[in-house]
Structure formats: structure tokens, C-alpha cells
Design a protein around this ligand. Structure first.
Ligand SMILES: Nc1nc2c(c(=O)[nH]1)N[C@H]1C(S)=C(S)[C@@H](COP(=O)(O)OP(=O)(O)OC[C@H]3O[C@@H](n4cnc5c(=O)[nH]c(N)nc54)[C@H](O)[C@@H]3O)O[C@H]1N2
Ligand SMILES: Nc1nc2c(c(=O)[nH]1)N[C@H]1C(S)=C(S)[C@@H](COP(=O)(O)OP(=O)(O)OC[C@H]3O[C@@H](n4cnc5c(=O)[nH]c(N)nc54)[C@H](O)[C@@H]3O)O[C@H]1N2
Ligand code: SF4
Ligand SMILES: [Mo]
Length: 885
């Protein structure tokens, strides 16, 4: 721990980019709080941010470079890399190598990786997981505005009268922005419309939920544009002076001219709901349309982005307070990556692949090796590995074996690739299993740099921990390799500030207003000024002041200064009877992506213990699937086994699986194995939300769970899932196929120590049993096996590893699986404040609470990030229904 004054830094999770204040307490322990001075969050944090302190230990950290499974020093690791990369380039050309990077790198890391690949290795083959995340928004922005720019800011959400959330589960995925919206709504009465085929937590606060048929958004925004035009909602002066191609777009989308009624059928929503949406949009000047993965992750993602922007251009609602199209970025630095050209089709500093821009960049970098053509986009890059065209790859800060579509093929590609390097801060990831070289990266809290959030705000991430083991920041590792490849002069950096200054200088280099992205005012800052840098929104004026909104003056960075309408109509795709359902995938409130970090937090892991699939009751009934049953999903790409969750409010024919499970924490819960690798033809972004799938029930021969202090080898079981609990792990296990491999504690947890005490209870008739091992009176591990579906609730048991010496009553209870005296437990509802369901239910009953606010005052639940408010409301509703009955 470096000092005792709080360190101000930025949350490493979502694109809201909240400021975090960290107070060190002891070695690798810290008190985490929201930074009240940060304009994005003004002191608030969501559950993930609040629990950062539970993830900064050294558990699972990768601490030393490793080559071919053996520990090596940095010198050897970098020497080997330089040798392999240069040999490959010499023999097969620069396009035979690639970097696959991430929106979770800091801008400085990203800048040097891009500079090395495009500027000095001389290939365009650097792409990023942001391809999976917001490349459709990037392409849509460029088509409409001429440059990749998010016009508005978070304050707009507080100043809007209508907020349309389309393809976004904002309550869970951008919780603090959502919280700001709800708070201002209390005074302003802002209307909220949610457009999502699922009924998400975000729908609970909506005035209108359009449960749209998957993939029908283009039809919806096209009819909206036509109706806005027909009903006189057009801003004539704006359209005339600041846009072009409206008539073209209208002609394209009016083909066949579906009516509002026809469109409502195509979209699967009630005609009166569609009418309400059109009316509200038409009559509300201050309207924001926030879009996220339900829009971007589609084979027509770019067209959908433009369909949304079209409606804002027509009404002139852009760049002024409380209005505009708003692409919410997912990762903490997806925006920074866009600024440095992390995508294969861009150069640094918003320069495109034109001759002029290439010459400019060559001059600035003093290189004659700059690539003149874009490289391969993510999916294509891994296909090229599978085909043997790319022979060496360096993956940084992403887990493609889990997160790319058709991940079986991705794994085969990594297998085929001659030389795979992975920089990660943890070990044991799915991608790590395919790496020849593992490099230990510095993690959040250990590294310095900047990130840009969804409102173009650049904030510092600051180190408050020492580098553990031999871990190094990503920029350092890239710089070292660049020097060993012979580019010492171009990579002289000694710290992150050196790189930042160069990045800032490039943004202003020969710019003269031709690129909006300009932070030249920071090019000359000293190390101390960089250390003290306050959050600021680009572009920066000469005086260093930022800009909250852009395009308010109607001037766009396109040729001619005008924005463009881009129309497209949707194509009818025919289904495949072999795969009659459609699989959607997305996020849960308390986990981050592949769980390499949030999975370390006991609190965050308490809410959702296992991979699951959401199913409509009719689809479940037709297949004889009950709540909590294990099921198999199959697609043209692969299969998965998860728990069934039946959702009455869902859409028939539509399934949803969370993205967070992988081989690291489950037997077969990786959704990426199922997802087709269909991509948008323009952006290359995968269509993650709509894979044709079939579903069938499974009959377990037995089910079990095992609570242990140490990890066990569960790989032999047909089904398993692991989560972290206080002082240990909880495994769910099941036998599904063939001969029964019923677990025994002695085999799972190893043989007992001399004075361990083993207790056991068997139910001979049903073949169920419970075993526990006590060490000096404390629980060491236990196993509960059942032949029928019923296993006792886990939550009480999960706390027992942390308990002191177990008394007789608790031991008896342990074998029966139930707490002796109804101790208040149940699932954690509010992760931030650690409030469990039973506490809330009791408080509601005891104090006759009728709303979420009262529950908050009484128990603290829902008072921090607020993303559990929907769950609290459900508990209140349940209680009220019980009372009414
Ligand atoms: N808790 C948490 N927060 C996160 C993350 C995380 O891992 N965990 N990750 C971050 C990242 S990188 C990202 S990109 C963002 C993503 O943030 P979001 O985009 O909000 O999250 P998703 O859950 O991927 O998808 C959003 C919604 O799109 C809906 N959808 C699916 N198909 C369609 C469709 O055809 N039309 C419409 N209109 N909607 C559809 C889904 O049902 C889903 O509810 O979240 C960020 N925040
Ligand atoms: N089916 C389906 N798949 C999806 C999506 C979906 O909605 N559905 N969403 C897609 C989207 S939007 C995204 S953004 C991706 C996310 O997918 P990934 O990027 O693959 O997911 P993460 O788990 O965030 O992976 C980040 C990795 O970097 C490591 N790491 C963390 N910090 C650092 C660091 O500072 N340096 C280095 N070198 N490593 C670090 C972490 O330990 C982790 O292994 O998933 C995509 N995949
Ligand atoms: S909303 Fe939550 S995850 Fe996103 S930046 Fe803020 S604290 Fe981090
Ligand atoms: Mo993302």
C-alpha cells in the first residue's frame, strides 16, 4: 500500500467510468468508496464497484512469465517472443502475426500496442474485443456524422423528458447512470420506454415496455421515422441546413410501405403500445435514445444504429441539453481504444486509412513501415488462425476462448496457431489453456494510465498497490518487445505519462479542425500534472477546457459539414426447424464477463450460483422441463448444460443465457460454444443475441453439492459449477450419463488428517447421503448427495466454513442441511449493503413497509447503486399478494 491518503482512481468495470476513492488499510486490503468529486458518479458506486476490495488479493494471480508451462524470467520470455514474431514475419510477412486486444486496456497500453502493430510491424492485424461490443455504433456514427463521436453527456439523462432504452439492460449494466436518471425523474417526471424482448430489471421502472420480437428494431425505428415525417415532427430548418439524403432514406425504408398496424405485428407488440411510443417520441423535444448490445450485436447492427440516429436527425434533436442518440459503451476503456485506433480498420487519433492520413501518421511516428490497409476483424482474425494464415498471436486483457462466438472453433484456431501469447493478470483462464507463453500483467490498483468513459470523459486510473511478483503494466511489456524487435527509438517510454503526452500531441498534429478528437492541450503536461489530472471531456479547447456536447451548432465532421440519413430495410430470414428456439445472451447484475475478477468476490458470487437458461413456461411445458431442472442446449456450433429457469413474463420461443460461465467455473455453461459466428457485414460485430437453438430436458442420476476450503478437481463430472463462498468454494455436481460416478468426500477432498473427525448420515432407501469432515471442531468440507432432485438450500451451509467450532446442534443441522433455528438467511438481494432476502421480507412484514424507499430506510437495501430495487419491489408485491389472499 503506497500511502494513507485516499487514492482517486476509476472503476475498472463498465463504461460509466465512476470515480473510486481507495483508502489502504493493510497489505492488499482497502476500503473502497465512490469519489464524490468525480462528475460521472458523484460518490456512488454499484455492487461491482463497491466490492472491488474483495478482488485485489493475490488469489489466482499470474505472477511470473511462463513459457511452455515452465516459469521463465522476463528476459527469456521477451527474447523468445521477439524471436518467434520476427521469424514469422520474415518467413510469412507481417500479416502472419496479429494482436487481439481489449477495451479493458488503459489508453497508454492500447496506444503502444497499436503503434507497434500498425506503425512498425506494418500490419493492420490488431483488433479488439470492442469489435464484439460497439463496432456497430462506431460504423453507424461514421456513416451519419463522418467521425466516431458520441454527441451527448450523462447530464442529458437528467435533463430529458423522454428516455428510450433500446437493447439495453441499463439497470444492471450501467447502474450508476441509471440511478442518475431515476433520481432526476422523481422531480422531472421523465418518461422511460424500454425496448427489449426480455422483461429485464430495467423494465420495472418503465412507463412503457415494448417486448419487441428479437431482431425487429429496424422495422420499429423505420416506422418511427416515417411517422415522425408524416406527422409533422420534422425540424425543417435543421434537416435543410445540416443534413443530407433524407429523401433517399425515406425511399429505401418505405418500400412496401408497411402501416403502423402491420409493423406492430412484425414487431410482436400491441398496436396501441406502438402508437403510444410514436406519439411520445413525436411530442417530446427532449428525447434521448440510449442503445446498447440489443442493437449493436446484430447482423444488421450498423443499419439499426443509423435507423435510431435518423430519428434524431429528422427532429433536430442532437447535441443540445436532454436529447440525442446515445451509444453506451460497455467496457471501461472501449472509448479510449477508439481514440488510439484499436480497431483493425482505423489508425490512431481518429485517422482513417486514406493516403493523406497514412502520410501524416508516418511523419509523426517517423516510420516508413506503417501499414496502408486495414487488418482482420476479430472473427475473421481467428478464422485466419484456424486456416493457418495467422501463425503468431498476442492476446491482451481478453478471454476469446469464452467470449468470441462459436468458441469451439476459436479454441481450434488457438490450437492450430503456432505461437500464442496471453497477457492476463489471472491464471487458469480458458484462453490461457491454449497459450504457449503467459505474461503476468499488472492489475487494477497496480497500474497507471487513463480511460475514457461513455461521455468522452478522460479519467486517471492510479496505482495504490505495489506490483506483485513479476507483474508488469501492459504498456511496459509492449514497449520491451518493440525494443527487442529493433524499434528502440520509437518506443522510448519510461512511464505512462510519456505515452499519454505523445498520444495527446498526435491528436493535434496537423489537425487544424479536421478531426474533432483533439486533446492537444494536454501534450505538454508534466509528470506531476499527469499525476494530478482531473476528469475532462474531449475535445479540449486550447485552454484545456472540455466539451460536454457536440453538434449543437449543426456542424458535423463529414465532407460538406452535414450529417447523413442512412436508410435500410430489414430482410426476412427463414428459420431452421431443427433449431426452433432463439438464444439471446447477456449480463447479470453482479458479475463481469468471464468472472476472472468478480468471481473472486464472495458477496458478488452469492446472488447467482450456477449457469442457467431462461425459458418461457409454454416452451418448458412442451419439453417436460421444470424449474431448476438441468437441460441441454444444442446449436449448429456446440452444446451446453445449464439449469432451467422458467420466466412467465418472457417471450415464447426466446431463451436467454448469461455470458459469465466458462470452463474455469463450470462443466458446460459457456454460451459462446452455442453462438453462431454471424457478423454484421459492415462492422464485423457478431450477432450474439439470436442463435437458433434446440432445448431438451436431462434426467440426473444423482445431484450433489460440495463445500470445501480448497478447490477440487470436478472435471470428471457430467455437470459441475463452482462459486466462491466465505473461506472456500461451493460446487454443484450432477451425474447425467452412463454409469454412475457418485462422489465420496474422501475422494473429492483427499484423505483426512490424523485427528480429523468424519461424520456421516445415509438414507439407504433413497441412496442419498451426507458427509462432513471437521478439523479441530471446525468444518473442513462437506458433501450432500441426493437421488431425488431436492437438495437443501445452500445459503446457510455456505456460511459454515467461516463459522467457529460447530456445536452439536449445528452438526446435526449440517447433516440435515437446515439451520437449527430459522436463522435469517436466503439469497443476497442487495449486494452493495449485503442485505439478504429474509431480512427484507421480515422488515416488510414487521414494519408494514409498502415501498422500496421505506425498505431502504429500514434495512439499507437498495440505497447504494439501486440496481436491486426491482427485486425489493418484487418482495413487497409478494407480501401484498399474500396479505390480499
Ligand atoms: N453487470 C455487468 N455490467 C456490465 C457488464 C457485465 O459484464 N456485467 N459488461 C459491460 C459491457 S462490456 C457491455 S458491452 C455492456 C452491455 O450492456 P447491455 O447492452 O445493457 O447488456 P446485455 O445484457 O448484453 O444486452 C442488453 C439487452 O439487449 C436485449 N436484446 C436482445 N436481443 C434484442 C433485440 O433484438 N432487440 C432489442 N431491442 N433488445 C434485444 C437483451 O435481452 C438484453 O436485455 O454492459 C457493461 N456493463
Ligand atoms: N454470447 C455473448 N458473448 C459475448 C457478449 C454477449 O453479449 N453475448 N458480449 C461481448 C462483449 S460486449 C464483450 S465486451 C466481451 C467481453 O469478453 P472478454 O473481454 O473476453 O471478457 P473478460 O472476462 O472481461 O476478459 C478480460 C480478461 O483480461 C484480464 N485482465 C483484466 N485486467 C487486465 C489488465 O489490466 N491487463 C491484462 N493484460 N489483462 C487483464 C481478465 O483477467 C480477463 O481474463 O464479450 C463478448 N461476448
Ligand atoms: S456503474 Fe458500477 S461497474 Fe460501472 S463504473 Fe460505476 S461502479 Fe463501476
Ligand atoms: Mo462489451
Amino acid at each position: 500500500m503506497k500511502n494513507s491518503v485516499p487514492t482517486k482512481t476509476t472503476c475498472p468495470y463498465c463504461g460509466v467510468g465512476c470515480g473510486v476513492s481507495v483508502q489502504g488499510t493493510a497489505a492488499r486490503q482497502a476500503v473502497i468508496a465512490g469519489d464524490v468529486s468525480h462528475p460521472a458518479n458523484r460518490g456512488r458506486l454499484c455492487s461491482k464497484g463497491s466490492m472491488l476490495g474483495e478482488t485485489i488479493g493475490l488469489e489466482r494471480r499470474l505472477l511470473h512469465p511462463r513459457f511452455d508451462g515452465k516459469r521463465v524470467g522476463w528476459d527469456e520470455a521477451l527474447g523468445e517472443m521477439a524471436k518467434r514474431f520476427s521469424e514469422t514475419i520474415e518467413r510469412h510477412g507481417p500479416d502472419a502475426v496479429a494482436f487481439y486486444v481489449s477495451g479493458q486496456l488503459l489508453t497508454e497500453d492500447y496506444y503502444v500496442a497499436n503503434k507497434l502493430m500498425k506503425g512498425f510491424i506494418g500490419s493492420g492485424n490488431i483488433d479488439t474485443n470492442s469489435r464484439l461490443c460497439m463496432s456497430s455504433a462506431v460504423a453507424g456514427h461514421k456513416r451519419a456524422f463522418g467521425e466516431d463521436i458520441v454527441p451527448g453527456c450523462y447530464e442529458d439523462f437528467e435533463q430529458a423528458d423522454l428516455v428510450v432504452l433500446v437493447g439495453s439492460n441499463t439497470a444492471w449494466c450501467h447502474p450508476i447512470l441509471y440511478r442518475r436518471l431515476l433520481e432526476s425523474r422523481e422531480e422531472r417526471g421523465t418518461r422511460i420506454v424500454v425496448i427489449d424482448p426480455r422483461r429485464t430489471a430495467t423494465c420495472d421502472d418503465a412507463d412503457l415496455h415494448l417486448a419487441i420480437a428479437p431482431g425487429a428494431d429496424l422495422d420499429l425505428f423505420n416506422i418511427l421515422l416515417r411517422e415522425l415525417h408524416a406527422r409533422g415532427a420534422m425540424d425543417h430548418a435543421f434537416v435543410e441546413n445540416h443534413t443530407e439524403e433524407l429523401q433517399n432514406a425515406l425511399d429505401v425504408i418505405s418500400a412496401g410501405a408497411p402501416t403502423v398496424a402491420e409493423t406492430s405485428v412484425a414487431c410482436g407488440i400491441a398496436p396501441e403500445d406502438l402508437e403510444t411510443f410514436i406519439r411520445w417520441f413525436a411530442e417530446t423535444e427532449r428525447t434521448i435514445t440510449l442503445f446498447s448490445q440489443g442493437i449493436n450485436q446484430s447482423e444488421k447492427g450498423v443499419d439499426q444504429v443509423n435507423a435510431i440516429i435518423n430519428c434524431h436527425l429528422l427532429t433536430g434533436r442532437i447535441g443540445r441539453p436532454g436529447m440525442g442518440p446515445s451509444s453506451m459503451t460497455g467496457q471501461p476503456n472501449a472509448m479510449g481504444g477508439r481514440e488510439v485506433g484499436g480497431l483493425a480498420g482505423q489508425l490512431a487519433a481518429h485517422l482513417e486509412f486514406s493516403n493523406e492520413a497514412c502520410n501524416l501518421l508516418s511523419r509523426f511516428w517517423k516510420t516508413d513501415r506503417l501499414t496502408r490497409k486495414p487488418g482482420r476483424k476479430a472473427v475473421d482474425m481467428f478464422d485466419a488462425m484456424a486456416d493457418g494464415k495467422i501463425k503468431a498471436v498476442w492476446i491482451m486483457a481478453t478471454n476469446p476462448a469464452v467470449s468470441l462466438p462459436n468458441s469451439n472453433r476459436v479454441r481450434a484456431a488457438l490450437e492450430r496457431c503456432d505461437f500464442v501469447v496471453l497477457s492476463d493478470c489471472v491464471e487458469g483462464t480458458d484462453t490461457g489453456a491454449y497459450a504457449d507463453m503467459l505474461l503476468p500483467a499488472a492489475a487494477w490498483g497496480e497500474k497507471d494510465g487513463t480511460v475514457t468513459n461513455s461521455e468522452r470523459r478522460i479519467s486517471r486510473q492510479r496505482a495504490f498497490l505495489d506490483l506483485p511478483g513479476e507483474a508488469q503494466p501492459d504498456w511496459w511489456i509492449v514497449t520491451q518487445l518493440a525494443r527487442r524487435l529493433g524499434f528502440e527509438d520509437a518506443f522510448p517510454y519510461e512511464n505512462a505519462a510519456d505515452i499519454f503526452r505523445e498520444h495527446a500531441a498526435l491528436s493535434a498534429f496537423e489537425n487544424d479542425g479536421s478531426r474533432v478528437f483533439d486533446i492537444g492541450a494536454l501534450a505538454g503536461i508534466s509528470d506531476d500534472e499527469y499525476e494530478a489530472l482531473r476528469p475532462v471531456q474531449w475535445p479540449l479547447g486550447a485552454d484545456g477546457a472540455g466539451a460536454a456536447r457536440l453538434f449543437g451548432d449543426g456542424v458535423f465532421p463529414a465532407a460538406g459539414g452535414k450529417a447523413k440519413f442512412v436508410g435500410a430495410s430489414s430482410q426476412v430470414v427463414s428459420g431452421d426447424p431443427a433449431f426452433p428456439l432463439v438464444l439471446n445472451s447477456g449480463r447479470l447484475r453482479d458479475q463481469w464477463h468471464t468472472m476472472t475478477r468478480t468471481g473472486l468476490s464472495v458477496t458478488l458470487s452469492a446472488n447467482e450460483p450456477e449457469p442457467f437458461v431462461e425459458i418461457h413456461p409454454d416452451d418448458a411445458r412442451a419439453r417436460n422441463i421444470g424449474e431448476g431442472h438441468l437441460v441441454r442446449l444444442e446449436t449448429g456450433q456446440g452444446d451446453a448444460i445449464t439449469r432451467a429457469r422458467i420466466i412467465p413474463e418472457g417471450r415464447r420461443g426466446a431463451l436467454f443465457m448469461p455470458i459469465h460461465w466458462s470452463d474455469m467455473n463450470s462443466a458446460a455453461g459457456t454460451v459462446g460454444r452455442l453462438v453462431h459466428a454471424l457478423t454484421d457485414p459492415l462492422s464485423g460485430q457478431p450477432a450474439f443475441k439470436n442463435t437458433p437453438v434446440r432445448l431438451s430436458p436431462l434426467e440426473p442420476l444423482w445431484q450433489a453439492f460440495c463445500l470445501t476450503r480448497h478447490e477440487i478437481d470436478a472435471s470428471g463430472f457430467d455437470y459441475w459449477a463452482r462459486r466462491k463462498v466465505q473461506d472456500g468454494y461451493l460446487y454443484e455436481l450432477a451425474g447425467l450419463f452412463g454409469e454412475e460416478r457418485i462422489p465420496e468426500l474422501g475422494v473429492l477432498a483427499g484423505s483426512s488428517a490424523a485427528d480429523d473427525e468424519e461424520i456421516e448420515m445415509r438414507d439407504g432407501r433413497r441412496g442419498s447421503f451426507r458427509q462432513a469432515r471437521l478439523r479441530q471442531g471446525r468444518l473442513e468440507c462437506c458433501l450432500l448427495v441426493s437421488r431425488d432432485v431436492c437438495l437443501p438450500a445452500r445459503d446457510w451451509l455456505a456460511g459454515l466454513l467461516a463459522a467457529d467450532i460447530l456445536d452439536d446442534e449445528t452438526r446435526r443441522a449440517l447433516l440435515s442441511g437446515r439451520p437449527a433455528s430459522g436463522v435469517g438467511q436466503g439469497p443476497v438481494v442487495c449486494a452493495c449493503m449485503g442485505v439478504r432476502a429474509d431480512t427484507i421480507v421480515d422488515a416488510i412484514a414487521e414494519h408494514a413497509l409498502t415501498n422500496v424507499k421505506e425498505v431502504g430506510e429500514c434495512t439499507g437495501a437498495g440505497t447504494n447503486c439501486g440496481s436491486c430495487r426491482a427485486d425489493i419491489r418484487k418482495l413487497i408485491d409478494e407480501r401484498q399478494r399474500e396479505e390480499a389472499a
